[in-house]
Design a protein around this ligand. Sequence first.
Ligand SMILES: Cc1cc2nc3c(=O)[nH]c(=O)nc-3n(C[C@H](O)[C@H](O)[C@H](O)COP(=O)(O)O)c2cc1C
Ligand SMILES: Nc1ncnc2c1ncn2[C@@H]1O[C@H](COP(=O)(O)OP(=O)(O)OP(=O)(O)O)[C@@H](O)[C@H]1O
Length: 313
Amino acid sequence: MDIQELQYPHTHSKNDFPESVVAIGYFDGVHKGHQKVIQTAIDLANEQGRESAVMTFHPHPSVVLKKNKQQIELITPLEDKLNLLEQMGVDRVFLVTFDEDLAGLLPQEFVDYFFIGLNVQHVVAGFDFSYGKMGKGSMETLPFHSRGAFSQTVVQKVESEDEKVSSSYIREELHQGNVGYIYNLLGRYYTIKGTVVKGDQRGHTIGFPTANIERKDAYILPQVGVYAVKVQIGDTIWNGMANIGYKPTFSDSTEKPAVEVYVFDYEGDLYGQELVVEWRKFIRNETKFDGVHALIEQLNQDEKEIRSFFNDN
Ligand SMILES: Cc1cc2nc3c(=O)[nH]c(=O)nc-3n(C[C@H](O)[C@H](O)[C@H](O)COP(=O)(O)O)c2cc1C
Ligand SMILES: Nc1ncnc2c1ncn2[C@@H]1O[C@H](COP(=O)(O)OP(=O)(O)OP(=O)(O)O)[C@@H](O)[C@H]1O
């Protein structure tokens, strides 16, 4: 997959790129709605003997439009999004810098620079896609702005339980801890990549050594609580239980939640390793226990419940 970074104004001419069918959007999560849009572009490109491309943006538009927020948390930070697009078989990604200049382009200017100017022959987007300053361009105005240089396909709404599958919907479900349901929206479980860092070293003294995960990118954290997880260490996948929270039994701080995983049956040192944590099921809320023994009793119960969940799933 070729990744072409672009910024407004770019100096490319049409001849720099082969004819393409392009799917356009921010695509955070590469969820089922996005997959339909992207797969439609791939299928049409194959039929038309053209290159398939995805045009996406970086950073997230809200970083530029709402100036107070520096970094928005994402379902699929850029590296994960690009990996998923590559797995789908996309030939090229046009990665467009989203800055104030880009946000200020009139719809016609956007189309001239980023579709006509890059030799795009067909555009695929969802029914509610918008482009240009204040999102004034839509799938209704696109034929006019195309100046006859390309055609278009509008993808109809993909829904789950009568609700449009969207990045915002997935974010809300994650914030509520509904990680099991997320599978229906993403077509896969939610994952977070991170590195194992040193914690307070208390875990092994209570019989549950945990890997403390520092998130690699700005991933959204599911709701505070205890979860059944799969953990990828190198090429091997393990079962485990994770806690997202503040360890209220030991600390009064509610500043920054920790993410820690007890990997079942794993023996060895994990410090410095990169792990992928896949969130399978919400088990319970985090609780302040009356001492370490009550916590240990609960952790034994959690382990039993989660092992039995994985035996059945
Ligand atoms: C599956 C799991 C569930 C946990 N649940 C709680 C909890 O309900 N309340 C709490 O105070 N700490 C909870 N913890 C956090 C433990 O207190 C923590 O793992 C232990 O103190 C070790 O911390 P350390 O890694 O900072 O040394 C949980 C940890 C795991 C792995
Ligand atoms: N459920 C869906 N059905 C069909 N098309 C969709 C769906 N969700 C998004 N799309 C289309 O996929 C492209 C990328 O969508 P985009 O990332 O902008 O929004 P989104 O997933 O709806 O998220 P948000 O909640 O942030 O608006 C756009 O062309 C959009 O119209």
